[in-house]
Structure formats: C-alpha cells, structure tokens
Design a protein around this ligand. Structure first.
Ligand code: ZN
Length: 168
C-alpha cells in the first residue's frame, strides 16, 4: 500500500463498502445494549414500543460499534465567523437533525462535536449524515458548502463556510 494511504481497518484492501455492515447478520430479534435499537427483519430500527415474545439476543448495532471504535465515516467542518455568532443555534440544529434521522436512518449518528472559538468539527457514523448536515447548514444559513469523498474508503468531508454577519 502506498505511503499515506489509509486502508480500511488496518491494512485490509480498501473498498467502498461499509465494513460494519458486511459482517454476519445477528440472530433476530436482537437489541443493542448501548442505544436500544432493535434488529429484526434484517434491519436495525428505532422501536421504543418493541414487545418481544420469546428470546431476544444482545448485539451492538453498527453505529455503536463505530462510535466505540471511533470509526469516522463523515466529517463536517463548520467554519467562518458566523459560527461564533450563532454557535448554540447551529449545534442544536445538528443534534435535532440527528434525532430526526432516528426514524429512517437510525444508524446515522453524530459521534463527536469538537468545538473551538470560531469553528467546529462534527464527526458522524455515515457519509449520508455528514452530507445531510452540510445541506441543512447551507439551506438554513447560506454561505458555501463543499463535499469531498474519499476514493479509497467510505469517508465524506463536508466543509461549510460562512463569514461573520456585519452589523448594519
Ligand atoms: Zn446501538
């Protein structure tokens, strides 16, 4: 492997599948002990009303395994002076969008939010969520947004920039 190129999971051949979804499927039904998602009918779902009849297995869901391994698949960089002016609002929006995803894409999670004075970085468990957050920033606040995808692993980088709003 050429220097500087990162392989998936420490040296396996790079490929563009999500390595956390290609493992053997768990026995159904199963519940993730960390976040409570339910695995049944071959998919993970958010189902707070789940009333199992019979035995339920315990199995960590792919999102929780990524969070524990810190396996990042999406990065959103929030840049520009506007962030310092609207920090709480912007970060709340990120969290709210993550909550909305629970119903349809419950494996799309925010892993960490790193805050600095005038920028922030959000790490996600999926490319999809990073792209979605970039779209939401752009639609809500304008500025400019850029999407970059890695050729050798599943990783999306989203860079959103908006400069400070000048006082009129
Ligand atoms: Zn989980």
């Amino acid at each position: 492997m050429p220097k500087g190129q990162r392989g998936i999971r420490g040296g396996l051949k790079p490929h563009l599948d999500d390595p956390y979804l290609t493992r053997k499927s768990p026995k159904e039904p199963a519940v993730c002990p960390r976040c409570g998602l339910v695995y049944r009918r071959r998919r993970w779902e958010y189902n707070p009303d789940f009333q199992p009849r019979g035995k339920v297995g315990k199995q960590k869901c792919p999102a929780c395994r990524k969070i524990e391994d810190h396996y990042v698949m999406g990065i959103v960089l929030i840049r520009g002076g506007f962030f310092a002016q609207r920090r709480d609002e912007i970060l709340n929006m990120m969290r709210n969008e993550e909550k909305k995803e629970l119903l349809h894409n419950p494996l799309d999670r925010i892993m960490t939010i790193e805050e600095h004075d005038d920028w922030a970085q959000v790490e996600t468990t999926s490319e999809n969520l990073a792209v979605h957050l970039g779209r939401m920033l752009y639609h809500s606040y304008g500025g400019s947004v850029e999407y970059k995808f890695s050729d050798d692993q599943k990783l999306a980088r989203v860079i959103w920039l908006r400069n400070k709003k000048e006082a009129k």
